[in-house]
Ligand binder design. Structure first.
Ligand code: NI
Length: 388
């Protein structure tokens, strides 16, 4: 790969890093993608699934297949603390999940593909919005991006990647079957009765009720789900009260549920709803639970698509650099939606520098996508497009 291509993609990646945009607000990012694709003479449509971009690169002869490649574009509401010269210029927003890197890799792939004289496959490029909770992947599926209804032809198979801080630069890993968990979000509103803190018997304390609910929810993993199966119930937000000496009227809990199969999810949902409602009742209060729309399903790698990935990746970067991911991650991914339409393979791209012991975590304020991973990302995406 030419050093000038890497330089160019690095520049794009850093520009995106400086200008992070949250889910469904990626208009500047989409504009940059539009300009790049226009320069390359690639057919594309903008405003797909609100702020997404879908592009089509036809095969040079009679097409064998249509390969879809996906990148996500959105940033997170986190204040950047990297002190990098190209750090976020928008206070409170940053590319803390490396989606700037994913988008830059797909643009580099587009460029490399247009420079390739013989292409046996059609290629669909999906630049999707709102991976961080907004289900942008579903928005693109619903828009018909995989069915060739936006541009191009129906996709036969799809590949996507995510930067991974635990894997070395130049290395990739994946696994057949479940690779990322389902992720459902819920909100609990506890209604009690306000009172003076000194006279608790005159009120119903929603903070005490909430505390019991948080504690009882720990038994979903320990007592409701098979110990050999996986489930996570985390309350990340407990909102209540205005002063140290006032028992408030209500409290709010916000949490997430993660599982690796839908049957377990159903067991956990039932247990959570029962604990929430009945714990509140037991203390004389009331609680309601709402599940936010678009819970992400399990990201499931098709075994044949995963074999295809392993074969192509092994040829491209060598057996020693292609790893089997031993366990699924309990993180969520809306790449999952594509896998319910067509065979899909999601893989991890190493970000950990050689010689380093650790790398900042995803969603941390000191995270930055490692530019040294761009080349392997572009190389693999291009090979998948050309030879899958
Ligand atoms: Ni991400």
């Amino acid at each position: 790969m030419s050093p000038s291509l890497i330089q160019e993609v690095t520049k794009i990646r850093r520009h995106l890093h400086q200008h992070p945009e949250l889910g469904y607000e990626e208009t500047g990012t989409a504009q940059l993608i539009h300009e790049q694709l226009t320069q390359l003479g690639i057919e594309h449509k903008t405003e797909v699934g609100k702020t997404g971009v879908v592009a089509f690169i036809p095969a040079t002869g009679e097409p064998s297949k249509t390969i879809a490649l996906r990148a996500d574009m959105d940033a997170l509401p986190i204040h950047e603390e990297t002190n990098l010269p190209y750090a976020s210029q928008t206070p409170g927003k940053m590319h803390a999940c490396g989606h700037d890197g994913h988008t830059a890799i797909l643009l580099g792939t587009a460029k490399l593909l247009t420079e390739t004289p013989h292409r046996k496959n059609n290629v669909l490029l999906l630049f999707q919005p709102a991976e961080e909770g907004g289900a942008g992947g579903k928005a693109l599926v619903d828009a018909g991006a995989l069915r060739g209804e936006v541009v191009g032809t129906p996709a036969d198979i799809i590949f996507g990647l995510h930067g991974h801080p635990d894997h070395r630069i130049g290395h990739v890993s994946t696994r057949p079957g479940a690779i990322m968990a389902s992720a459902a979000q819920f909100r609990v509103i506890i209604k009690g009765k306000g009172a003076h803190a000194a006279y608790p018997h005159n009120g119903i304390d929603p903070i005490v009720i909430g505390s019991h609910i948080v504690t009882a929810l720990q038994t979903v993993a320990s007592r409701n789900v098979d110990p050999l199966d996986s489930v996570v119930v985390t309350i990340g937000q407990f909102l209540a009260g205005v002063a140290h000496n006032v028992i408030p009227e209500k409290a709010e809990l916000n949490g997430t549920l993660r599982t690796l199969n839908m049957a377990t999810e159903q067991i956990a949902v039932k247990a959570i709803e029962s604990i929430v409602a009945n714990t509140a009742l037991a203390f004389g209060g009331e609680a309601t639970i709402t599940w936010t729309s678009n819970p992400y399903p399990v990201t499931f790698n098709d075994p044949d698509a995963t074999d295809t990935f392993r074969r192509i990746a092994t040829e491209a970067i060598g057996t020693d650099n292609v790893h089997h991911e031993p366990h699924p991650s309990m993180g969520g991914e809306d790449f999952s939606y594509y896998g319910y339409e067509i065979p899909a393979c999601f893989f991890f791209l190493g970000l950990l520098p050689h010689g380093a012991d650790s790398y900042p975590n995803l969603h941390a304020p000191n995270f930055d996508f490692n530019d040294d991973a761009l080349e392997t990302g572009i190389q693999l995406m291009t090979e998948l497009a050309l030879t899958a």
